[in-house]
Structure formats: C-alpha cells, structure tokens
Ligand binder design. Structure first.
Ligand code: FE2
Length: 630
C-alpha cells in the first residue's frame, strides 16, 4: 500500500481525463469517454419516438413513487436486493455528484480514504479537493486469493475504503468471497465502505453477486454508487443514485449535505431511463453486451501485429491496452490524435503516480459498430507503422535538418525481422569502383523507386547509373557511377518501404509536392577502415547531395573511432555536430538549405577493421516521372 499526500491541492493535475474527453467530442473516431453513445435499436428508437409522452402527467406528488419503482427495477436487473428498511436511495444527476456529497461528509469527519488504483481520476480529484488524505489500493487485490486479500485489508488504517467494481479501466472485480471478508472487516473496525458499481451491467451474469444483501447482512456501513450513463444510450439523460445504509446515524448527515445540491432530479429522465431498463429486462442486457462484444472483436483483430496488448477483462466496456514499445501513453495518444483517432492515455488513471500508467492507453468500446470498426482499423494501421517521437517537420522547417536518435523511433514488432534481414545485406555489398587511387574502403548497393504520395504507389525503378554534378561532388561528380543493385529480396523489404513512407511523411511540403511524383534513391553503404587505410564516409568533404531531401540511418558501427557528422549552413559554418552510434540514429536533411560532412573512420582498437554501415535515402521531386508497370 503506497501512501499519498492526498490533501495536497497542488498535486491535482490541471487537466483531467474528462477534460481530454471534452476535447475530443467534435471528432468522429472518439474512443475516449466510456459513456454509451451509439445508435438505438428498433425497440430503443420506439422508446425515443414516444419521448414527448414522458412530459405528460407529470405530478410531483408521484416523484417518490416514480423513483421507488425505477430503483426497484434497476436493482432487480442488477440482481441486487432492494431493502428500503435498511437502505436509503438518493437520486442524483451524475455518479460523481454522489462522490462529491460523500467527500463533503468525509472531510467534516476528518476521515481518510483508501482508494482503488488505477481509477478514473475524478475520484481522486474529488477527494483531494476536500483535502482528504488518500492511500492506494491496488486493483489486482480485488480478485486475489482470500487469504492474500484479507491480510492486505487488515493493514488498512483509513476509516473509509472506496473501490470500483468492476474496475475502470481493468474490469477487475471484487469476488463474492472477498466482498464478504471486506464487509466483515468494515463492520468489525467501524469503517465505511464505498462501492462504485457503474460498470456492473457488463459483468457476466454468473459472476454477479448480491452485494446489497451481503452488505446489509454484514451490518457494515456502506455507500453504493449506481449509474446508467455507461450502460444505456440515453444521450446523457441519466438516472444515477447512491444507496446509503441506514443502520447508523451517518445517513442523516449525508442526507443533509445531499439536500444542499438538489430537490429532486428530473422525472422525465427517470421515466426515460426506466424504459431502457425495461428493454434490458426483456433481453437480460443482451443488447448492451453485444455492442461491446462486437467492438472488442474488431479491436483485437486490428491490434494483431501491433505493440498493443489488451489487459482488461474481456467483458469490460473499455479496453486497457499495454504498450509494448518504447513510447509512452501520452506520446502514443498524441500520435493517434494527429491521425484522428482519440483514446485516453493511461497515465491519469494512476492517481498516486502517473508514471505507473504511462505504458497504457484506454479505448472505449460503447460505440456504433461501423464507426468503431473504422476507428479500430485506423488505430491498428497507425500502430503497425513507424512512429517518431519528436516533431521532425517543425525542426526541418526551422533549421533544415532533424536528428532522430534511435530511441525516438518506434518500430512495430511486425517489421523488426525485416529490419534484421535488411541489415544482413551490408555483409554482401559490392566494392565501389569509383574511388580514387584504387581505394577499397567503401562498398555499396543502390536502388531507385517511383513514389507517388498522392496515389500511395511506391514501386521500384530499373537500376541506372548514379550521377552527381561536379559542383556538388568534387570527388566523384561529373561521372556516371554504376553501383551494384539492391538485392531482389531487399527491393520489396517491408521495413525499407515503410521507412521511405515514414520519412517522406515528415517532410514539410506544399500541397503540390505532397501529392505529385518523386524519385527515391536508396543507398546501402559500408565504410571499412583498416590500420593501413582510413575510411572516408564522405571523401568529397563538406558537401550537398543535390537532392530535395535525404535521410541517413546508422545500420551498424563496429570498432569505429571518428565518423562525427556535422551540419553546416551554406557558408560552411557548423550548425550541429553528432556522432551516430546507435542503430537507427538518423538524420533527415533538406539538402538545398544546408551542407553536411562526416569525419574519417579509423579502427578504435588500432589493429582490427572498423565497420560503419549506413542507409541513405534521397527524395527528389520529379512530377514528370512516370510510374513503372507493376
Ligand atoms: Fe552526402
């Protein structure tokens, strides 16, 4: 159990999860909030089409009967005991409002709270704003073996224990045995138990236990929070309530706070939600669960080959996805935002330590199947591509180059084997016959592609000699240089093709250049230095390559001393220096705006060969280039 200075108001984040959810409301592929937003079934539509009837015969004298009948059906559907002699039911506009009322009371009592974690961050925020110290309760414990669970709860000193079951975002659920142990413990120690049951409707029916009966029989003080917004698609017309045990006098104190907030909720809302509940009685919640089941299948199908692994219980109405890649939840969320798919980063769910949630994102499943399928397809497609964890385009605009360290690349697991295949090519490059004085320090292969970003056609072109004018390459310019072609298996290497697409995607281009045709040239280059021959990565010295853009990627560096890259302005004044040392350390250069050069390579140990392998990709705008036949 980790302690947390819950009363520290400065620790409350400025922007919370609901704030992120509000930001994404305008977007089609909004998978952030877990509210039930989907089209109505024919039966649900029939209810809506009669909605104006709900305003008729409204009589405030019948409000309490209306609520009583609604709550009776709500609890019956949830397989819960309805015992008005032991429990008071207080209807409210949102479940969070119930927490606000109870937190008010806890602050007056100066009670502290043990709160489940991870949890939706508004729970912690509400308690903290009332300056209530919090301690964390790990949600894995909900389903722990009874002896483990009991040993843990016995250490809890806080007077209030607040759990969400099934938990959001994991779906972990307090087992019946553990609920009984917890209820007894709370009764014996005079603690208040708060259970948030907002996701109960999704729990498999055989796993539902009668929580109210267990708690009433235990004699423990409890608050149960019930919601409808996560379950029924009633356009935020909700009918939540909280149930407070009446065995002790604290009910009256909570009631007095509650009445500061409202007189009664809308009878129209109660009647509307009641009708949706009746439909769920007819099909035993089948429609509710079907939406989640279908969307989960679509999501899981699209996650194959990505670095995302579902970790939630398979009934939950949200997916909790672990990121098995060197990219954090907030970084991934930002990438997905840029592609128009909106999810929540996991960080904020870990209210005591955001870093513990950095490796997760949450995806809401309660959406229309057709929209969700498109969003899931896009999510999967993005996560099967390269990602770069920095704003390369901005750097290119501002300075004409961008250095991308190996750690800034996220390479999808599907492509990793292709990268290893491609890297092995550097062992079978061929000697560069265009070096002066019979030098042998450079080996290479070379290939060309047609690239139409507008039509997304990337196709290899027949090999032809490589030419650079003399003014760009004083060492080997002005001559046609024939190089060995790429190996046939490398021409279609998916890693290489994806790297071309990803690199191109970083370039700051106007609309014309972003759509029309380009020539792409791929260079595989190995520099070998021996004690008797220095390796010259760029024998031409400080130079330009005569392209529009080019990329450089380190493929291998063994026993190398030297090879420091420097970027210069057009007056040859140095702007930036870096020695590429990790595989996939990379540069993207806007060639016409800058110059570049690399220092020579010598063996680091002074006796055995040094090897520096480099992949270079040139992008040359060529709108008249014709697509080769497929
Ligand atoms: Fe160059």
């Amino acid at each position: 159990m980790s302690g947390y200075p819950g009363g520290d108001l400065k620790s409350i984040p400025f922007k919370n999860l609901t704030g992120f959810e509000i930001d994404t409301l305008p977007h089609a592929f909004n998978l952030t909030d877990g509210h039930a937003f989907r089209s109505w079934s024919p039966k649900e539509s029939a209810v809506i089409s009669r909605a104006s009837d709900l305003f008729e015969n409204i009589d405030r004298r019948s409000q309490s009967r209306l609520e009583r009948e609604y709550i009776a059906d709500f609890l019956a559907l949830g397989k819960q005991t309805n015992d008005v002699s032991s429990v008071a039911y207080l209807m409210c506009f949102t479940a969070s409002m119930a927490f606000e009322v109870v937190a008010n009371w806890l602050r007056l009592k100066r009670w502290t709270v043990t709160l489940i974690e991870p949890a939706f961050d508004n729970l912690a925020d509400i308690f903290r704003r009332h300056e209530i110290p919090l301690h964390s309760f790990a949600d894995e414990l909900l389903e722990a073996a009874p002896e483990v669970f009991e040993a843990h709860i016995r250490q809890i000193e806080d007077r209030c224990i607040c759990l969400v079951t099934p938990n959001n975002p994991t779906g972990l659920t307090l087992s019946e045995t553990n609920l009984r142990l917890l209820a007894k413990f709370c009764r014996d120690t005079g603690k208040l138990l708060i259970l948030d049951n907002c996701f109960r409707a999704y729990l498999p029916r055989e796993q539902v236990c009668d929580q109210y009966r267990i708690l009433i029989e235990s004699g423990a003080d409890f608050v149960m929070v019930e919601d409808t917004g996560k379950t029924w698609p009633t356009a935020e017309i909700k009918a939540p309530f909280f149930a407070v045990s009446k065995a002790h006098d604290f009910f009256q104190q909570i009631y007095d706070i509650y009445t500061d907030f409202l007189l009664h909720i809308s009878p129209v809302g109660v009647k509307l939600v009641h009708q949706f509940i009746r439909l769920s009685q007819d099909d035993d919640l089948e429609k509710i669960r079907e939406v989640v089941r279908v969307n989960r299948q679509a999501l899981y199908r699209n996650l194959k080959g990505t670095f995302l692994t579902p970790c939630e219980k398979e009934f939950a109405s949200v997916a909790w996805l672990r990121i098995d890649a060197p990219i954090s939840g907030p970084e991934l969320k930002q990438m997905l935002d840029e592609h128009g798919v909106y999810v929540l980063a996991g960080s904020h769910f870990y209210w005591s330590d955001h870093s513990r949630g950095d490796g997760y994102i949450r995806v809401a499943l309660t959406r229309d199947a057709d929209v969700f399928a498109q969003a899931a397809e896009r999510l999967g497609r993005i996560c099967r591509r390269f990602m770069i964890k920095k704003d390369v385009r901005r750097e290119l605009v501002e300075q004409g180059f961008s250095m991308i360290a190996a750690k800034d690349w996220v390479i999808p697991p599907d492509l990793t084997p292709y990268w290893e295949n491609l890297r092995s090519d550097w062992h079978v490059l061929e000697l560069d016959h265009h070096l002066k004085n019979g030098a042998t320090f450079r080996r290479r292969r070379y290939g060309r592609y047609f690239w139409s970003p507008g039509e997304n056609i990337l196709r290899s072109l027949p090999n032809e000699a490589y030419f650079q004018p003399e003014d760009q390459n004083g060492y080997a310019g002005g001559v046609q240089r024939a190089f060995a072609p790429l190996l046939p298996e490398s021409v279609e290497n998916p890693f290489l093709l994806e790297l071309v697409r990803c690199s191109f995607g970083q370039l700051p281009l106007d609309d014309v250049r972003a759509k029309q045709n380009w020539e792409v040239r791929v260079h595989q280059i190995r520099i070998v230095a021996t004690p008797s021959e220095v390796g010259e990565p760029a024998p031409e010295g400080i130079h330009q390559d005569g392209t529009d853009f080019l990329t450089l990627h380190l493929v291998r560096r063994e026993n190398v001393k030297g090879a420091q890259s420097t970027i210069y302005d057009l007056n040859r004044r140095p702007l930036f220096q870096y020695t590429m040392s990790e595989v996939m350390d990379s540069f993207i250069l806007e060639d016409p705006r800058i110059m570049h050069g690399v220092t020579p390579v010598v063996p680091a140990d002074g006796c055995s060969p040094a090897t520096r392998d480099l992949l270079g990709i040139d992008f040359i705008f060529n709108p008249t280039l014709e697509a080769p036949a497929p």
